[in-house]
Design a protein around this ligand. Structure first.
Ligand code: AHG
Ligand code: MN
Ligand code: MN
Ligand code: MN
Length: 328
């Protein structure tokens, strides 16, 4: 594989797949790329500067916001809005959707983001991520965006991706034409194509779930977990759970595995947010040959009703997800 190909070159070469004529979509990807570099640089210095710990505020979902939640939110929103490439944004850290006016009214894309995934891991030097999802607006160009521009089914996504700030920083995304991963060379400040056309192994031996919630899981999930742990599964299953979905998903995508965040009594709809956590990861999962469900339904076919709504989420290697389904 030619590892000298930069993300910038890749975007230009693949413009034909983006069904874009104005260059707007390429500029949007480029804005995300810039924000990723700024955040990566900051996170690498997290222990040295006053960026770890609580900010003292909470978001609309009642979660304590970390300083880095707010910082990453500002960086991504500024990068996207300064380049005037979208007409609206939804973020985990903003109560309502953001309407961009003036020149931005003529842009056709909306972006939905989880600026920092895995907030609870910042202080302990464990990988965190950013997740993004991109749609074309459904309301007329030239008018302010409305809620329905954001409440589209996941199968309407134009693109989705994530950045993982791990041992190296990677940007992984799909535009509906396979999944590609780019690794940041921090010395040069460029992302290089390091993982082209990523495919999730059809089977695997890793299961990832917060088993601390076991008592509250639906019966079918409890039985599936028992299956994973019994020797009769025929393979040695192993449990791996970081607590940053991006990092848990990334590992399972490369090695083969299943990620689960079931509904439980405490979080009866599950914990993960459909629009900016489940849908983008589900799109990537399917593009990499895997499967993503909310229980009995394909995640990408769910009709969202609220911008911060939650959903149970199961994704990963197709055979493992199908096995799980047989327990539901
Ligand atoms: P966020 O940090 O964006 O609020 O997301 C937290 C999510 C996800 O990243 C992670 O996998 C999951 O919450 C962990 O939840 P538990 O601590 O309940 O396992
Ligand atoms: Mn959060
Ligand atoms: Mn998250
Ligand atoms: Mn977050």
């Amino acid at each position: 594989m030619n590892k000298n190909r930069t993300l910038g070159e890749f975007i230009i070469e693949n413009q034909k797949h983006y069904q874009a004529t104005s260059g707007e979509f390429s500029r949007l990807l480029s804005a995300i790329k810039l924000a990723a570099k700024i955040v990566s640089h900051k996170i690498n210095k997290a222990g040295l500067i006053d960026i770890v710990g609580y900010s003292g505020s909470t978001n609309i979902q009642g979660e304590d916001q970390q300083k880095l939640d707010i910082y990453t939110n500002d960086v991504f929103i500024n990068a996207i809005t300064n380049r005037e490439v979208v007409c609206g944004v939804v973020s985990e850290e903003n109560d309502d959707f953001i309407i961009l006016n003036d020149n931005a009214l003529h842009n056709k894309y909306v972006v939905l983001i989880d600026p920092l995934d895995g907030s609870s891991n910042i202080d302990v030097n464990v990988p965190v991520g950013t997740i993004f999802s991109i749609y074309k607006r459904v309301t007329p160009i030239g008018t302010p965006v409305k809620k329905e521009d954001f409440l589209q089914k996941g199968n309407k996504q134009v693109a989705a991706g994530y950045i993982i700030y791990g041992t190296s920083t990677m940007l992984v995304f799909t535009t509906g034409n396979g999944v590609n991963g780019f690794t940041l060379n921090p010395a040069i400040g460029s992302f290089y194509l390091s993982h082209s056309d990523i495919k999730i192994p059809s089977n695997g031996n890793i299961y990832s779930v917060n088993e601390g919630n076991y008592y509250h899981f639906p019966q079918g999930i409890k039985e599936y977990l028992k299956y994973c742990q019994e020797v009769k599964a025929g393979v040695a299953y192993t449990a791996r759970y970081i607590g940053s979905m991006v990092a848990d998903f990334h590992r399972n995508m490369i090695k083969g595995g299943i990620y689960m965040y079931p509904n439980c009594n405490a979080n009866y709809q599950g914990k993960l947010r459909l629009l900016y956590e489940c849908n983008p990861i589900a799109f990537i999962t399917e593009q990499a040959g895997g499967k993503a469900i909310s229980g009995l339904q394909r995640v990408l076919d769910m009709q969202p009703l609220e911008i911060h709504e939650r959903s149970p989420f199961y994704c990963g290697s197709i055979k493992m997800v199908e096995k799980l389904e047989s327990f539901l």
